[in-house]
Design a protein around this ligand. Structure first.
Ligand code: BLA
Length: 244
């Protein structure tokens, strides 16, 4: 269901940036599970380039049961740009959840004006994909923008509306990357480093996918995938402390 989204991202990345691979541990890069009634495959890719320090995306293919495309782009530390976040999930034809956002690192008015407000016209155009749903796992006021796409939808809307919306959001994101001025003040850069680390910490602690990963690939694999690939800058809670 979301393969064309992955292909579009790849095509864009390879045509616009000079990418180099960020190696992924082989057991995390590709995994196949025979636990459920359908085999589940998970595959991930990771790159970097001078402007973007970590570009990762993951595809889960469990046939009719689940199709998931998840991606985060982390800009290099000298840019205070928001992260690009994509989470598209289809559990059969009936339950399709899509989330797309420029995830802000800071929330001051100047920041929002510069990086978030430009999303407004696109979001306006795709109103049916911005449903103002309640978040159960995350706090909508942390690392989410007011112009995120967040919708429960159907397969037809994915093709006819989500795909063009996704293309427009990506286009705008590349434009922001292109225009971004690198910071040189070490204190400013340190603030960005900290904000990106906090994002990983926050996300690793709340990720609603850990149960899904565990059910397909086991608890141990799931923990490793979360902490060594998805959110590698999160500090994991030692098991002993967790049990107290
Ligand atoms: C929700 N994301 C979810 C859910 C799952 C995932 C299983 C719960 C769906 C449900 O309600 O049943 C899946 N999350 C994943 C997967 C990965 C992951 C497969 O990190 C990694 C491979 N999530 C993101 C990013 C965004 C995001 C980058 O990873 C930002 C665009 C958003 N996911 C997001 C939101 C929800 C969600 C807002 C709804 C959660 C809520 O209600 O609080």
């Amino acid at each position: 269901m979301f393969q064309p989204f992955l292909q579009h991202l790849e095509k864009e990345l390879f045509s616009r940036f000079t990418l180099s691979s960020r190696p992924i541990a082989p057991e995390l890069e590709f995994q196949i599970s025979q636990r459920g009634k359908n085999p589940a495959m998970i595959e991930s890719w990771c790159y970097q380039c001078p402007q973007l320090r970590k570009i990762r995306y993951t595809y889960i293919n469990a046939g009719e049961t689940a199709q998931i495309f998840n991606s985060v782009i982390y800009p290099s530390y000298q840019y205070d740009l928001p992260l690009l976040g994509v989470d598209f999930l289809a559990f059969g034809q009936k339950k399709i959840l899509v989330v797309l956002d420029f995830q802000p690192l800071f929330r001051d008015p100047d920041y929002l004006e510069k990086y978030i407000k430009p999303m407004a016209p696109i979001r306006e155009k795709y109103n049916e994909l911005a449903q103002d749903l309640e978040m159960k796992f995350y706090d909508a006021n942390q690392y989410f923008s007011p112009y995120l796409l967040f919708a429960k939808t159907d397969a037809q809307t994915v093709v006819n509306r989500l795909f063009p919306a996704y293309q427009e959001y990506l286009q705008l994101y590349w434009q922001l990357v292109e225009q971004a001025q690198p910071k040189t003040d070490p204190a400013e850069i340190e603030r960005i480093v900290k904000a990106q680390k906090d994002y990983d910490q926050y996300s690793a602690e709340r990720d609603p996918a850990s149960g899904l990963f565990s059910s397909y690939f086991g608890h141990e694999w799931s923990e490793e995938f979360l902490h060594e690939f998805l959110f590698e800058d999160a500090v994991s809670v030692p098991v002993a402390a967790e049990k107290k």
